[in-house]
Design a protein around this ligand. Sequence first.
Ligand code: RP5
Length: 177
Amino acid sequence: MSEPLVGIVMGSDSDLPVMREAAKVLDEFGLPWEMVISSAHRAPEKTAAYARTAAGRGLQVIIAGAGGAAHLAGVIAGHTPLPVIGVPVASGALKGQDALYATVQMPPGIPVATVAINGARNAGILAAQIIGAARPDIREKIIAYKEKMARQVEEKSALLQELGIDGYLEKMGGNKG
Ligand code: RP5
């Protein structure tokens, strides 16, 4: 197994169902990852040590997901020169809006590239794109991934023309809203 290039960090095991989507898409691109639970407030020393040692251990990107007053991505970004992607996780009374603001509103100097609430899949894709900037093999996989998505849209549109609205919804299981 190759050494991990992407670190996926989450504040709690309750974030795991969301954050596993980042790991899944990294697998699709053939990029090795590691996953840890480390809270910025419940385990601040562990979090700082993880971030400080990440680059030296060979990681190239860190994805950090947390809910509530989500300072995990920002704290990690403060301790590492690596690019950090933040995933605001929907949890608690504000359903991720608190985490979105906490993650995206980093003051000047310490950026966190923030994806949508629960947007861990996009975080994984963005991590692959960052690594792909210097890795033609990964860049080719991203191009192929985008071409596949475009083909799927074309196929769906062609099917809609062929079957009409009712026929399309019936064929697709009637779950299109
Ligand atoms: C955050 O608080 C975690 O990232 C999680 O999203 C949220 C709730 O954590 P638990 O109480 O479920 O452990 O730190």
